[in-house]
Design a protein. Structure first.
Lengths: 279, 350
């Protein structure tokens, strides 16, 4: 088959000519602490302090993953989007946000531990997703807090379905169970891959422009119930890793902190540039 | 096949049968991990035709090397590679399988981890040995913190962050008898169950065409991060760039994701790697992915309103200010002091 020759859907432009497909999509989202908020380590340096000084929001990569699913639903209105998040009580807010953006069902797998390892998170999501007939599972390429890039491919591995990672463009191929995806490699290279559904796709930022919730969807989400599942009720693979401790990166040893008023700082900096013959 | 049971497997993956530049750093990591004893380390080079490459690696480094060949490994194919590696690790039962940290190798590590019930950690920067085993260090929260992770299971898998280990130039080969093994997976019998995953098929590879600005050629790069707040503030970055000769404007990933700058002006692992005379990071917090693309700059100046921004840890000059207020002052001061001797009158003072 000539991939991409007969496109049904594309991140940017699309057309379809056959019967519209209906898809069943699962989007995996994580609620993370905003790294710009006041993050600090607890007194035993085991993990960050989780208090009301920290702002939580949906992992940025997952916003793009969700948007990619919503774009498919815009084109194929029969599509159903489930959103799933594993996390403590507060994670329900991220699921709610996804409903406000237009997802159809929200699932919150509730657990006490806010720093589950990739194998734990992926095993429970796979446990939930198996036998539910998802055509595509979307996830962000990584989480901003643990930065492992593992949960997506691990879910695929547990479910024995193929996965493509760091995807910057997807095209559904007409009359086919294949999707043409473009996976971003390091150094500005892109690889075109054909992947067959059911499959898992991890999404890189920049693939689309995530939408803001519309008023009608916000109203709709108000009456929607989030399905809460206790993590204890699912089969979880016990972690193969253990977080021993956390710490601050070593303080800068070589840098000069330029002090003074803003004007003084500007002058000093220009002076340093001048000494180095940069200006 | 020889009879050595290898306890360390270092996977050097290729793109179009060429090693990626960071591959050799893995050898440095392996050397550090084994305290220099690489007799039971196997370098596995994957590709569609890599036997010649393996011979030269084995000769140069004195380490046993295996050519893991399959027609479908010409382009990166982490799905197939991981299935083949599962087979190899099943034979050798190594303590450790290591990769260069790339996104596709994270995919391999994840698949191996699930199939082999192996502990894994990605983007590791260093390790420590204690009486309970090994603890690996990696960055979390966009570089704000480091975490120490213990890999508990018998088989351990890591992806090693580029730049964390460097191979010394004049390394003397330790084993002049190092051998080269050819593992060719084309026989249908050997065709691993994975090829049930013909559900995954790499088709082609492309590089983004360069247009206009050549970041790599600029002496000075003024880079914008999320801290610029809105697209209009890019003007401040451009004005700042105009005070330098041979300068260019770059950006961090979030700025390009917003389409405020084209992707070919993105600095970082997923964009350009640059090393100009001066790199000025404006409103860039300093994610690992960004830092990896600019840390070799000769001089780094950073402006950020967050005094704990991780970009400061690699900066020569640190200015804690909001760039939106600071840059206009910088530009004005420049004009007052050096304005006459330079031709930069295109941009009127704010």
């Amino acid at each position: 088959m000539s991939a991409g020759a007969d496109k049904l859907y594309n991140s940017i432009d699309f057309y379809y000519k056959e019967e519209p497909l209906q898809m069943k999509i699962l989007v995996c989202i994580k609620q993370v602490a905003d790294t710009e908020s006041n993050l600090r380590l607890n007194s035993s340096s085991s993990w960050i302090v989780e208090d009301n000084k920290i702002a939580y929001r949906m992992n940025r990569y997952d916003e793009y993953a969700l948007e990619e699913a919503l774009i498919i639903k815009d084109i194929l209105p029969g599509t159903a989007i489930d959103v799933i998040s594993v996390g403590p009580e507060r994670a329900a807010a991220a699921v709610k946000k996804a409903l406000e953006k237009g997802a159809d069902n929200g699932i919150h797998i509730k657990c006490g531990n806010s720093a589950l390892t990739a194998i734990e998170t992926s095993s429970v999501i796979a446990e939930y997703a198996k036998d539910r007939g998802y055509d595509i599972i979307f996830a962000g390429v990584m989480s901003e807090d643990l930065m492992q890039s593992q949960v997506g491919p691990m879910i695929a591995s547990f479910l024995s379905i193929p996965s493509a990672v760091s995807v910057v463009k997807t095209e559904l191929v007409n009359n086919s169970d294949a999707i043409s995806v473009y996976s971003e490699l390091e150094g500005g290279m892109t690889e075109n891959i054909e992947i067959k559904m059911p499959c898992l796709i991890t999404v890189q930022t920049g693939i689309n422009l995530p939408r803001y919730p519309s008023l009608s969807n916000v109203m709709r989400a108000r009456s929607m119930e989030i399905v809460t599942v206790d993590i204890e009720s699912l089969k979880i693979t016990e972690s193969y890793e253990e977080i021993v401790s956390a710490g601050y990166p070593p303080a800068s040893s070589k840098g000069i902190v330029i002090n003074g008023t803003m004007e003084e700082k500007a002058e000093k900096l220009l002076c340093l540039f001048h000494e180095k013959a940069l200006i | 096949m020889n009879k050595t049971k290898y306890n360390m497997i270092a996977v050097l993956d290729t793109i179009e049968n060429k090693l990626i530049p960071q591959s050799f750093e893995l050898i440095a990591f392996a050397e550090s991990f084994t305290q220099g004893d690489l007799l039971r380390t196997l370098l596995v080079v994957s590709g569609s035709s890599v036997i010649k490459l393996c011979e030269s690696i084995s000769e140069n480094y004195g380490i046993d090397t295996a050519a893991l060949e399959h027609d479908e490994l010409y382009y990166p194919n982490p799905e197939l590679l991981s299935e083949l590696l599962i087979k190899i690790t099943g034979e050798h039962k190594p303590e450790m399988v290591m990769f260069t940290h790339t996104i596709r190798n994270c995919q391999c590590a994840s698949k191996l981890s699930v199939s082999l019930k192996a502990s894994s950690a990605t983007a590791v920067e260093s390790f420590m040995r204690d009486n309970e085993g090994y603890v690996f260090q990696r960055s979390v929260f966009n570089g704000k913190f480091k975490e120490n992770v213990r890999l508990k299971n018998p088989v351990k898998i890591v992806t090693v962050l580029p730049g964390a280990y460097t191979l010394t130039e004049n390394r003397i080969p330790r084993n002049s008898e190092a051998s080269v093994i050819q593992m060719k997976f084309e026989d249908a019998r050997l065709h691993v169950p994975a090829v049930k995953h013909s559900g995954y098929k790499p088709l082609s590879l492309s590089s983004e065409a360069d247009t206009g600005v050549k970041l790599e050629d600029a002496d000075v790069i003024i880079s914008a991060g999320r801290g610029i707040g809105k697209e209009e503030n890019l003007e401040l970055i451009r004005d700042t760039a105009s005070i330098f000769q041979n300068s260019a404007v770059g950006g961090s990933r979030p700025v390009c994701d917003q389409r405020w700058l084209p992707f070919n002006q993105q600095v970082g692992i997923t964009g350009k790697s640059v090393s100009p005379k001066l790199y000025m990071a404006c409103g860039i917090s300093g994610s690992q992915q960004h830092i990896a693309g600019m840390k070799n700059s000769q001089c780094i100046a950073a402006i950020n309103k967050d005094p704990n921004a991780s970009i400061f840890s690699i900066s020569d000059y640190i200015i804690v200010e909001d760039l939106v207020s600071f840059l206009p002052v910088l530009i004005r001061k420049f004009r007052e002091k050096y304005g006459e001797c330079c031709e930069i009158s295109d941009h009127p003072a704010d």
